[in-house]
Design a protein around this ligand. Sequence first.
Ligand SMILES: *[C@@H]1O[C@H](CO)[C@@H](O)[C@H](O)[C@H]1NC(C)=O
Ligand SMILES: *[C@@H]1O[C@H](CO)[C@@H](O)[C@H](O)[C@H]1NC(C)=O
Length: 332
Amino acid sequence: MEHFFDSFFVLSTIFALCLGRIVKVPAGPLIRVEGRDIVIPCNVSHFDGPPEQDFDWELTQDSGSKMQVVSTLDSSFTDKSYEDRVNSGEIAVERTSASSVVLKIKHVKLTDSGKYKCLTPSTDASISGNYDAEVELRVISDSLKVAAPQSRSKTGSITEGSSFDLRCTASQDSVEGTRLSVTWEVRRGAASEKIISLNPDGGVMAGSDYSQRYQAGGVRLELLGNGVYRLVVSQALPTDEGTYVCVAGQWVKDESGAWKNILEKSKDVGEVKVTPIAPSLMVSVGEGNVTLNADSTLELTCTVATANSGRSMDQPYSQRTRVAHAAGAHGP
Ligand SMILES: *[C@@H]1O[C@H](CO)[C@@H](O)[C@H](O)[C@H]1NC(C)=O
Ligand SMILES: *[C@@H]1O[C@H](CO)[C@@H](O)[C@H](O)[C@H]1NC(C)=O
């Protein structure tokens, strides 16, 4: 068995050497938003020579012009038009291992769109395999907007058990297959909690602490059209107090088919204060004094009402309790 693995290892090494050098970049195209930072990885494997490899990055712009951007080996590689951005560190090539690097561009511009080629100068005894790999970058304009309608009051005070709603508008230009997500969050102190969101795939999902109320219909997200997203909370709890935030996200599908967030913006929509019912409850039990005989039946009526009648408690709440065989309750 050991021999098998030994020869398997030898065979696969020979096979890899025959294939020669492999340079890899993400499949792309990479869709990114102008003004954001981007990172493009590149690595090399199955090469001869020293373990530390060098990398050059070239760009073929959409106009067809070829630019030499940056190199790990030679600072004179960089074209004049890129010198300022490379010297200021806005564009850099950084090693992540002896055989891999990342190209970093801060505040990416629309004109940075094009095909990025990662090249590894040969250190091999004989030329075999791929010495470069290319990935397309498409930089799109920032079109993501999130806002709260001005007409609504910023702070709302409501009574526990009543309902409230908040609105926000969110939109994006759907270019290169980008999708929008809208998430309502509540911020209490430093912590934020997700309430409900419309995901880029069109599904609606509640945050873990809200899933029961969402399933019961007590927390809803309504799409009113024209980019208006309304959060409706019924039967408010004292824990619903906080600052409500609307978060808009822009997403693209990456090469594995998973949604990747490329931009996020949020807006504080309003503060909600919840007045608990408990302190304003009036509880009265029966009327007058009752004298009991042994083995008689006692009927008590308990009435609960709120001083400032909340919507869910317009009617006083009463419960009748029968206490049978009252004797013995007083002891000997
Ligand atoms: C090399 O790059 C490819 C494409 O970005 C990536 O999928 C792979 O995981 C990388 N391999 C290593 C060893 O970093
Ligand atoms: C109930 O009994 C107590 C003690 O005997 C007495 O002080 C009180 O006035 C009585 N209340 C009524 C409503 O009869």
